[in-house]
Design a protein around this ligand. Structure first.
Ligand SMILES: [Zn+2]
Length: 383
């Protein structure tokens, strides 16, 4: 697969919408099935054995393997789903190429990584030479929401000696990132007619106090002390919902919280800490802090770990330079680390491109990433 074919492959992936439907139904632009089937059929045409596996009904993962000389496996993963294309500044699924940029929803996050990994795998398979370790490639569903695709693979026993997670890192090697825990806080009141508010208890007024306390908590600095590369944990109130009608005293109000945790910080502890803080900070409000709906641990692989060294060396060999970096978002490297599989995050596309209204992929980085993945597949991701 040459550079032109690789560009065409990346564009073809962008043209197949695969927006994460969250908990809603899959539909024309929502869901990963069409993209998963395209990835699988493209790999099968190249003679690579491939299967679909559903961790979430109707939303398959793709698993492909090129057998190696040993029992060991090196795992390359990139995610199929994207965030919504709403509000984008250009037609999101036309896959227009402007100079060296491929534009579209998912171009950088994460179809560039999928295309580069597929190209590397196809070149490896066509060369006929056996890699030292079996190469497993997965294209996974639901990364942008609950990571249920990856969790399903881990639960079914998929494992490896080392893993490379493709995400737009701008070809930097990311060996540390934060994790995330999401949960809600609920206040309850008593409904009454809006004309006699004193007959009820207003859950929104209660939540107003809670929200102020949450802001103070976040500003003061949350969680365990600072990490040398990642700084401190954070807390954001991202959603508020309360009340049904303007003439009714609301009987409940909910906020959804996104709490970023440091590697080693226990997600449930982050929640229980906030629970005790609120119990003291807003004594007169009975606020219910729910159990987490999502927990992704952080990850922190030492820079001198053989996997980190191998990826840095491969990057240097192809691009002439290599750097360790960090990122603020959580990735599949978190659950892999929790499962005892060392992982680094590395892929084409600038970090700031993900989820933006003008998402684009640098096609030169795409070509370099494919070369780097191929090198790592051929050397078993060892230095
Ligand atoms: Zn991503």
């Amino acid at each position: 697969m040459d550079q032109q074919q690789l560009r065409e492959l990346a564009a073809a992936l962008v043209k197949i919408p695969s927006e994460n439907p969250l908990d809603g139904p899959v539909g024309e632009t929502k869901g990963e099935r069409r993209l998963a089937e395209f990835v699988a059929s493209t790999l099968r045409e190249a003679g690579i054995s491939c299967e679909l596996q559903e961790s979430v009904p109707g939303r398959p993962n793709v698993l492909a393997r090129v057998p190696g000389e040993s029992e060991e496996t090196v795992w390359f993963d990139a995610h199929l789903d994207t965030v919504s294309a709403e509000g984008m500044e250009f037609e999101p699924y036309q896959a227009r190429i402007e100079g060296d940029l491929l534009q579209g929803r998912g171009a950088a996050d994460d179809k560039g990584s999928i295309a580069a990994m597929m190209a590397a795998l196809i070149r490896l398979a066509r060369s006929g030479s056996k890699p030292p370790a079996t190469v497993l490639f997965t294209a996974t569903a639901d990364e942008e929401y609950k990571m249920r695709g990856m969790q399903g693979l881990l639960d079914s026993g998929v494992t490896a000696r080392a893993a490379v997670i493709g995400e737009p890192t701008g070809l930097e090697v990311v060996a540390a990132h934060k994790g995330v825990v999401r949960f809600s806080v609920i206040t309850r009141g008593k409904a009454a007619h809006g004309s006699v508010p004193d007959a009820g208890e207003n859950a929104i007024y209660k939540m107003a106090k809670v929200v102020q306390a949450l802001e103070a908590y976040a500003k003061r600095g949350v969680g365990i002390s600072s990490h040398p590369l990642l700084g401190r944990g954070t807390l954001n109130v991202g959603v508020i919902r309360g009340g049904e009608y303007v003439n009714v005293v609301p009987d409940s109000c909910v906020v959804e919280i996104d709490r970023r945790i440091l590697p080693g910080e226990e997600p449930r502890k982050a929640v229980s800490e906030l629970r005790s803080y609120l119990a003291n900070a807003v004594e007169d409000v009975d606020a219910e802090v729910t159990s987490p709906t999502l927990t992704v641990p952080g990850m922190d692989l030492p820079g001198d770990h053989p996997l980190a060294v191998a990826v840095l060396e491969a990057v240097k060999q192809i691009t002439g330079k290599a750097a360790l970096g960090t990122m603020s978002g959580a990735t599949h490297a978190g659950p892999l680390n929790r499962a005892g599989i060392p992982a680094v995050v590395f892929g084409p596309g600038a970090m700031g491109q993900a989820h933006t209204a003008t998402e684009a992929l640098d096609l030169n980085q795409l070509a370099q990433a494919a070369d780097i993945y191929e090198l790592l597949m051929r050397n078993g991701a060892t230095p």
